[in-house]
Design a protein around this ligand. Sequence first.
Ligand code: UDP
Length: 239
Amino acid sequence: MAKAAQYRRVLLKISGEALMGDQEYGIDPKMVERIADDVAQVHALGVEICMVVGGGNIFRGMSGAASGIERATADYMGMLATVMNGLALQSACEHKGLHTRVVSAIPMQTVCEPYIRRRAIRHMEKGRVVIFVGGTGNPFFTTDTGAALRASEMGCDALLMGKQVDGVYDADPLKVADAKRFDRLTYMDVLAKDLRVMDHAAISLARENKIPILVFSINEHGAFAEVVAGQGRYTIVTE
Ligand code: UDP
């Protein structure tokens, strides 16, 4: 079925976990190629795309802190992990013929571009896929908050959360057989019921800037394009 995009500019959040595929740790090149293919499909619909990538497949600040590293230092290590993931995604997207820029919240001039808001917007206007790394650039935050922040700064029409499952449930559907799935929620529902969509800081930021959050399964090939076209399975979080 021919698809027409419902959004002009979107931000796709990919967790580090999504890049692991079936592995226990690190980056599965097949999975990264597959995600790049999804991104190329959406780009072909004429949608401007930016991405925020997590780092949990390599390093999480909380685990580092639990093993004795100072929390802020461990968080910087987590942010560096997101840079590796972003570079892997860049390489895969370029294999698909896309033009890309990796843009880091932590300046790293010989590796990628530093974050300059207007420059990042210009890249998207020129059809480049912008891959944001380094989260917010601050310890004690998450890449989910980085995603809500960049979606707000970029003026995105939607924030798409590529998860392991096809929407928001009231319990983990991979563990609880009769977990209830929601088609539609409000930001306040998510906050009040403490549903696991994103952390509270991220939800609050999306709410303040009225950016709809669409939660879908990144494991389904082609789902990103379907969701952008208002089709397929996803949970939408709005006012
Ligand atoms: N992190 C941080 N500030 C940010 C974003 C990330 O300190 O703005 C660190 C934090 O330690 C986190 C790690 O980077 O555990 C990896 O990010 P995250 O856990 O959000 O990745 P994901 O769960 O999406 O893979």
